[in-house]
Design a protein around this ligand. Structure first.
Ligand code: NAP
Length: 247
């Protein structure tokens, strides 16, 4: 499979890129920092047993929509056909940090919602133009219900999940397979220093579930899988209960 990956320099994206490279998929990396991208590309080549320089990369910043079209054009140019566009890139800050810093809130909402959506729109157009393909995007269980600890981050992810579902309904018949991944708590740089809730996972486990979804085209994946049932319950808890609990 030929895969354009935005967010492969760290965390879940890095684990996902490594799994794909190890099984022989061709990757093209999109991200913010040239030095990080270069290091990640060389790492993937080593894991694939490929020649140095075979994994390309290009600058792309979720906070800079002008970078989206040229970055995706570069991916198509390098890979020929792109079977899947994957977005693991995302921003996080705690609810307390965001409540103290309006500018940080603006960046988080913009990166996780409007930036990601505009990037997906660009990818969607290109995938449909070639007759179809897969678009896999990481949202979060945090978007499934308005909750005290993740009011702002959760709102952006809720919007993103809703967009991805609508996109699936609208374009599935034309060959676009949209896959929304909703991880629970994963031990990455994003969650460093935070108290671990139950069912915490490591990036390789979540990445493996994402690869399975990429292969099968399953439109919605909770990872670890237990979160599907946890969030089913949380979504149905009455509001007066949600007001009282800290979750
Ligand atoms: N970790 C969790 O517990 C958890 C739970 C639920 C959902 N998620 C979601 O899963 C995805 C991956 O999370 P993770 O834990 O792997 O995060 P991570 O370790 O913090 O990695 C985030 C990635 O996003 C990239 N990124 C950040 N801001 C960007 C921007 N403006 N433009 C382009 N790339 C940007 C980072 O690149 P740089 O290296 O350049 O910063 C990095 O590659 C995210 O969408 C996150 O919201 C994570």
């Amino acid at each position: 499979m030929n895969v354009a990956l935005l967010g492969g320099t760290r965390g879940i994206g890095r684990a996902l890129g490594r799994l794909l490279a190890a099984r022989g998929d061709r990757l093209f990396l999109l991200g913010r920092e040239a030095a990080d991208l270069e290091r990640s590309a060389r790492d993937l080549e080593l894991r694939a047993g490929a020649a140095s320089g075979t994994t390309g990369f290009v600058a792309c910043d979720l906070l800079s929509p002008a970078s989206f079209a040229p970055a995706l054009a570069a991916a198509w140019m390098a890979l020929g056909r792109v079977d899947a566009v994957v977005v693991t890139a995302g921003l996080f800050a705690t609810q307390d940090e965001l409540e103290r810093d309006r500018e940080r809130t603006r960046r988080l909402l913009e990166g996780n919602f409007s930036g990601t959506v505009l990037f997906c729109e660009e990818a969607r157009e290109r995938l449909l133009a070639q007759g179809g393909g897969k678009l896999m995007v990481f949202s979060s269980v945090a978007g499934d219900r308005g909750r005290k600890p993740v009011v702002l981050y959760g709102a952006a992810k809720a919007g993103l999940s809703s967009y991805l579902e609508g996109l699936d309904h609208r374009f599935h018949a034309r060959g676009l397979q949209v896959i929304c991944v909703k991880p629970g708590f994963v031990r990455t740089t994003m969650t460093e220093g935070l108290a671990e809730p139950p069912f915490a996972a490591d990036p390789p486990e979540v990445a493996a579930a994402a690869v399975r979804a990429l292969d099968s085209g399953r439109p919605l994946v909770y990872s670890p899988g237990i979160w599907r049932w946890v969030m089913l319950v949380i979504r149905h808890l009455p509001r007066f209960v949600m007001r009282r609990v800290g979750f």
